[in-house]
Design a protein around this ligand. Sequence first.
Ligand code: GLY
Length: 568
Amino acid sequence: MKNRTIYLLLSFSFFLISCKQTKSPYSIQKSVIADKAMVVTAHPLASKAGLEIIKKGGNAADAAITVQFVLAVVYPYAGNLGGGGFMVIRSNDGSFSTLDFREKAPAKAHRDMYLDSLGNAIDSLSRFGHLSVGVPGTVDGIFKIFNKYSKLKNMDMLINTAILLAENGFAITKKQAERLNEYREKFEKHNSHEIAFLKGNEWKEGDLLVQPELAQTLKRIRDQGEAGFYEGETADHIVAEMKKGGGIITHEDLKNYNSVWREPITTNYKDYNLITMPPPSSGGIALAQMLEMVENYPLENWGFQSKEAIHLMVETERRVYADRSKYLGDSDFYNVPIEELQDSTYLAERMFDFDLQFATSSDSVAAGAITMLQESNETTHFSIVDDEGNAVSITTTINGAYGSKTVVEGAGFFLNNEMDDFSAKPGTPNLYGLIGAEANSIQPGKRMLSSMTPTIVTRDGELFLVVGSPGGSTIITSVFQVFLNITEFGMTASEAVSAKRFHHQWLPDVIQIEENTFDSIKTQMLESMGHTVKISNLIGRVEAIRVLPDGKLEGAADPRRDDHAEGW
Ligand code: GLY
């Protein structure tokens, strides 16, 4: 036992030294070429910890488990134990699978739980605090991955870095300090106890964030397995927290949680094969629909962000998001027409009224009117390729920034606000301005619809790209654009990820763009075609790994924040 502790502390010290403390806490790498393996995540400590596991003989699944645990410590904004996610995994024998560890509605949840006596949706209830929380799936997901795919078969080794980072603390980046300060009031409002994320004065770059309660939770998971989260002390803390704030998750909900292996959505685009996420994500189906709709147009000739390319992509997005609002939900509860939505004849019909010169009004695609995005839309993605050619693409979330903003007293982690991804009331927009219908209504045990689109692409049977993004409703269009940037517009992964993005989601009927995406001439051209263009927040944060023709790996971390690529 003593030897084990000394070994773990020594390896942690080497790990921290390798994180090159400079003026800013970390030197961040955005674009990396490597021979053997690559890990790209939202935080340098997570990328480094994941790669360390591969160097110690672990595979991509082992690295993914470590990354998920480390992100839960160093990236509380979206990394999590208290949320859920999706994994697409491709083994080096060419087989692939997807894991759904999405949160579920608690047994006491019901269709109208977020409506007032007049039947109006009360947004604050589904977005903040205890009632907005779905039953977390992350820890169950981690153990499913561990049991099926781990090569090391040693949970101690996989979780250790996260425990030490929680226990000893880590230096926060400038952006992390800014965000913690920005959310201070919300943390105070939704927590009646002391939490690690609040301190007497403002956070600043380089401050240590120490999370002793989270370290104890991680140790319980290490020592007791899944039961260390879904039963015993951690479960008691979660249920007690629920009772404090009108939440409804019970011990039974926690004990009954199960993640599920699902058949992937697979689709071809020219000579590429995409393997992506089925329901309860809308991401895979929507991506497949968009690609089929644009495949026969001369995108390459038109060029990157040419007027014609933007118009075509926007018009496909308009139609696909209209379908999403009506047909997509948890296929365990609702008969999602998975095949029909991807049918070539159906998709050709959807594009029948596409006019190369003029925008189609969203009113003529379907009815409704909603408001623009307001809150930051968070989630996080990581991409991993190991030295044996196995690949993992995971998108994981607590939904909004810091989820429900509520931290479990005694257990130290943020709970999700994923219940807001249900359609609280048909036609009423959620956090992302998305509207839904019966397919995504609330039912006990049902999973809320997601846009997460973890994706793996092969070409001629060989691994080509591992990709995904956070960004709520903009996840799907971010992945769509990065894929086309590489395959049609000849960009490197890094250029494709860095390129400015635009987004349309049927309603509101506007093209949302990042600042400086189009110049005024391009904007005027689009407006003269009938489009409305509006500047929005950042769109997506894509982490990608591309296999180059010579077999080397190109890691591309999104330049928009602290994201980091670590190669071997
Ligand atoms: N919570 C964002 C998503 O799942 O799409």
